[in-house]
Design a protein around this ligand. Structure first.
Ligand SMILES: O=C(CO)COP(=O)(O)O
Length: 255
């Protein structure tokens, strides 16, 4: 955590979730209670559920976002969705540059940056994802990768309000593996330093999430690390009990 930064606990449902999963969403919204006094909570369902999801949580502090957006406002881009469309469905966040998009869809830093700008233009908060592969970690180039991805993916107009950075080591995603606390501390301290040197006080206040195999049992040690201001959770966010348990840990630490 970072003193004076309000944590964000975010769930990325990836390509999981049918209408039945809305029961989990309802359970999360119903279970938030006093958590929202301390932390922000967000679920990014698949685009097919975006509109119905926002309609379901109108009376709840739970925020809803999308997992990607196109760089254009509209046009002949079959299969894509724009930031405008997300905002039109009352979504308020868009994940950009997730490693699955970078790897499986060949998205590079320039495109990720353009997507973050498109999100900002639609008044969405962009969650810009970065992180090293296993080979890069083994090769000792983790901080170089983070440096390059931060510089290339985060737009000049980023502020603490419109941008969140998510550090997700690729090898930790969906594997049950997590970096050591010391490795997380080093990566987040490095990112904070880069953001402060580029954005000044805005960079000091930007939220830095950790993602990759976060679960209730490891949430405490990860969130206790300085400059970890929340989590981006995949698998465990599909179960309301796990998502709420992780959120509870973060709310307690930030109390
Ligand atoms: O990719 C992730 C979130 O964006 C992390 O996924 P897991 O929590 O399933 O490892």
């Amino acid at each position: 955590m970072t003193p004076e930064i309000r944590p964000l606990v975010a769930g990325n449902w990836k390509m999981n979730g049918t209408r039945e999963s809305l029961n989990e969403l309802k359970a999360i919204a119903a279970g938030i209670g006093a958590l929202s006094e301390k932390i922000d909570l967000l679920i990014c369902p698949p685009a097919t559920l975006l509109y119905v999801a926002t309609a379901l949580v109108t009376d709840s502090p739970l925020k809803i976002g999308a997992q990607d957006c196109h760089t254009a406002k509209s046009g002949a881009f079959t299969g894509d969705i724009s930031a405008e469309m997300i905002a039109d469905c009352f979504g308020t966040f868009a994940i950009v540059g997730h490693s699955e998009r970078r790897t499986l869809h060949g998205e590079g830093d320039g495109l990720v940056r353009a997507k973050a700008i498109a999100a900002h233009e639609a008044d969405l908060t962009a969650i810009v994802c970065i992180g090293e592969t296993e080979a890069e970690r083994k090769g000792g180039t983790t901080l170089d990768v983070l440096n390059r991805q931060l510089a290339g993916s985060v737009p000049d107009g980023a502020t603490a309000e419109n941008t969140v950075i998510a550090y997700e080591p690729v090898w930790a995603i969906g594997t049950g593996l997590t970096p050591t606390v010391e490795d997380v501390r080093e990566a987040h301290a490095f990112m904070r330093g880069e953001l402060v040197s580029r954005f000044g006080s805005k960079g000091a206040k930007m939220r830095l999430l950790y993602g990759g195999s976060v679960k209730p049992s490891n949430a405490k040690e990860l969130m206790s690390v300085v400059n970890v201001d929340g989590a981006l959770i995949g698998g465990a966010s599909l179960k309301s009990a796990d998502f709420l348990a992780i959120s509870q840990v973060y709310a307690e630490i930030s109390a």
